[in-house]
Write a protein that binds this ligand. Structure first.
Ligand SMILES: [Zn+2]
Length: 164
């Protein structure tokens, strides 16, 4: 039975340091999560597509011409052929778009997201204007924000869906 004190509160067994005594939630147990350099762990590779010098960085398969927005893939994900790094013009056609009604990171709700089929290139996720939201088939040009997100021109610069 649980012990009940004279004041009526229930006491439980004391914790024996299993969670550590410091304020950190980190443990020394091995796990699959990588804490990142901010928390003292290994650096985590940037997984978002990058626009550098006006071009979307990527790769194209030398065998089947499949485009990718990841320049450092070791082989083609479609045919396992060799890939060559290349750049794509950062514009294309909306495949699908939606309005997000929850704040995510620095993006205040509501904000727009769209998959853009880059001209002769890969499909990438881009922050877009939400009012009006672009429709499937609309042409969209995009760049990269100071925080590393792909964003339609004019979005993420403090005017549309950006809290700053
Ligand atoms: Zn291929």
């Amino acid at each position: 039975m649980a012990a009940v004190t004279s004041t009526g509160s229930v006491t439980s067994a004391p914790r024996t340091g299993a969670t550590g005594s410091g304020p950190s939630e980190l443990t020394d147990r091995p796990n699959k999560r990588r804490a990142g350099e901010v928390a003292g762990g290994l650096a985590v590779a940037e997984s978002r597509p990058q626009v550098v010098d006006g071009l979307l960085r990527g790769a194209r398969c030398s065998r089947c011409a499949h485009p990718s927005a990841q320049p450092d893939v070791p082989w083609c994900p479609v045919c396992f052929g060799p890939v060559e790094e290349c750049g794509f013009d950062p514009e294309g056609v909306v495949w699908a778009a939606t309005t997000v009604h929850l704040p995510v990171g620095r993006w205040a709700a509501p904000f727009g997201l769209a998959y853009i089929d880059v001209d002769d290139g890969p499909r990438v996720l881009v922050h877009v204007a939400h009012d009006p939201l672009p429709r499937g088939g609309d042409r969209v040009g995009f760049g990269i924000t100071d925080d590393g997100d792909l964003a339609q021109h004019g979005v993420g610069d403090g005017q549309n869906g950006d809290p700053r």
